[in-house]
Design a protein around this ligand. Structure first.
Ligand SMILES: [Zn+2]
Length: 237
């Protein structure tokens, strides 16, 4: 007898296969990441079509075959319409998908990642002043959940108190480092106390404060650079 599995899934990637099939990469409530084969879903008559698409949260049902998992039912529970209508929001959703695709490879249940993902996309879909901060909120918190916690209180290497006039971000040491430790890691990027403040707010998951924050363009650029640096340094592949 074939076992059917049912779970809630966030869809972060889709690839067409064969003439009318599609493979969805989803992050689920019960199994972590799954890659699911949807047979004939691109045909107009497919009953699965309306229930699953990129950036939906769907209740899905699938069967486990010898090699692949096949989708048997899908009901969309959240469609995040604003993410589709706003190019910047859509691009941020794609960046979040890229993080998931690169950092989450196998099946491993992680309720915290699912909740963070759900919360992040809800925020992105809602009224938000600085949309890029939604991405950084997701990125640095998902790094923490994946075991790359960023040290922002004391120096990540020597644990001394940080002097706000001379601080750096070191992906190698996993956080902010002091001037003395910078001499041992010249790849570290210079930052300032505002960046550390933003990272502290992000990591304490204080969205209320973060959403009201006005970030100078130069600081936003700095945040973008260290985020990219962390992404590339922590990325498993
Ligand atoms: Zn130090």
């Amino acid at each position: 007898m074939t076992t059917r599995y049912k779970t809630r899934a966030f869809v972060f990637k889709k690839n067409d296969a064969n003439e009318s099939d599609r493979v969805f990469s989803v992050f689920t409530d019960d199994f972590g990441r799954l890659d699911i084969f949807a047979k004939a879903i691109r045909k107009n008559a497919s009953k699965l079509r309306s229930g699953i698409d990129i950036f939906f949260v769907s209740e899905i049902e699938f069967i486990q075959g010898k090699i692949k998992k096949t989708l048997t039912d899908a009901v969309a529970t959240k469609k995040f319409g604003n993410v589709y209508c706003d190019l910047e929001k859509f691009e941020i959703a794609n960046k979040i998908a890229e993080v998931l695709d690169n950092f989450v490879k196998g099946e491993q249940k992680d309720k915290d990642i699912f909740n963070l993902l759900d919360e992040t996309i809800e925020r992105l879909n809602g009224q938000v002043k600085n949309k890029q901060l939604v991405y950084y909120y997701f990125l640095w918190n998902v790094f923490s959940l994946l075991g790359y916690h960023c040290e922002v209180q004391n120096c990540a290497n020597c644990h001394e108190k940080l002097n706000p006039r001379s601080i750096y971000f070191s992906a190698k040491e996993g956080g902010i480092i002091c001037e003395k430790c910078f001499s041992n890691d010249k790849s570290a990027k210079i930052v300032n106390s505002d960046i550390v403040k933003i990272l502290r707010i992000i990591l304490s998951k204080d969205w209320q404060t973060l959403s009201k924050l006005k970030v100078e363009p130069a600081y936003q650029k700095m945040l973008s650079e260290i985020s990219e640096n962390a992404f590339n340094s922590f990325c498993p592949s």
